[in-house]
Design a protein around this ligand. Structure first.
Ligand SMILES: [Zn+2]
Length: 283
């Protein structure tokens, strides 16, 4: 018995030492996030900050986060959505209506920000967010722990978590809605190795899986370094060194990865192509 207690004490001590080193090492960070004066963070940087420091990767017994902020239930349905997008239905008027419920816990200011995130997705695309009335399928926006969304339309009610205050930035909100529309991160594209180099040794060991590739539909659109869905250059960095570097090209130093607050032009084209909407649909 005494031995067991000793062992427990030793491991508690060790993990405390580890945690301390982890939390206070000046180089460390925090992981995956560079301070603002050095680096203008992307939407994904904010998400990493919120999810790694305030939330758990396990949402509940059957749901966990993949790629940092995509909720996956351990069932068949989610796997199908990773292989091909699960689309929201298109209305006869050409729009894709996504019904939403908004938690009453959000303040008036927070509600405004969430609506701005919706507008950022709507502008130049055929997607329209509508307050829920009776629709069977809808997103239920709640200030749970962390910023995350399921991928694509799952059928029925699906949560989008926008923690307050960590996730209430327009870029983060739009990013999560893009997941709900069926998009994974840009650097998970199957052909990404032609465009970026993943610096595996610099990635926080426990998060290597966040850099997997998926057989996604590129929709015949160019690789988009400036997508709101692209990880920043230092995403999940364990030592402050870059984890993603644009491939050698004449102006690779000028290429900025990711986006802070708005969808890129190509992001909007992606939505319109995936949902087969008119290219000039900007009403
Ligand atoms: Zn994401």
């Amino acid at each position: 018995m005494e031995q067991i207690i000793l062992l427990c004490l030793a491991s508690t001590f060790l993990s405390a030492v580890h945690a301390q080193k982890f939390l206070y090492s000046p180089k460390w960070g925090p992981v995956g996030y560079k301070e603002r004066e050095e680096y203008d963070g992307t939407a994904m940087d904010e998400i990493i900050k919120a999810n790694e420091f305030q939330a758990s990767r396990i949402i509940d017994g059957t749901t966990s986060l993949r790629e940092g902020d995509i909720a996956v239930s351990h069932g068949r349905r989610s796997k199908v959505c990773f292989a091909r997008s699960c689309l929201w239905p298109k209305s006869v008027d050409g729009h894709v209506y996504v019904a939403y419920k908004l938690s009453p816990e959000y303040s008036e200011m927070e509600t405004k920000l969430i609506k701005k995130g919706m507008e950022s997705v709507e502008k130049g695309t055929c997607v329209r967010f509508l307050p829920w009335t009776h629709q069977r399928d809808y997103v239920d926006i709640q200030p749970k722990s962390g910023c995350w969304s399921y991928l694509g339309a799952r059928g029925g009610r699906q949560t989008v978590s926008l923690q307050s205050p960590g996730c209430l930035r327009v870029g983060v909100i739009s990013h999560e809605f893009m997941h709900a529309l069926g998009f994974v991160h840009e650097q998970s594209r199957f052909d990404r190795d032609n465009y970026v180099t993943i610096m595996w040794p610099n990635i926080w060991r426990d998060r290597l899986r966040n850099f997997e590739k998926f057989k996604t539909e590129s929709l015949d659109l160019p690789y988009d370094y400036g997508s709101i869905m692209h990880f920043g250059m230092y995403a999940y960095s364990q030592d402050g060194e870059p984890t993603i570097i644009p491939k050698n090209s004449q102006n690779s130093k000028d290429i900025r990865l990711g986006q802070a607050s708005a969808l890129s032009h190509i992001d909007k084209m992606k939505i319109n192509r995936l949902y087969k909407c008119g290219i000039n649909d900007d009403n």
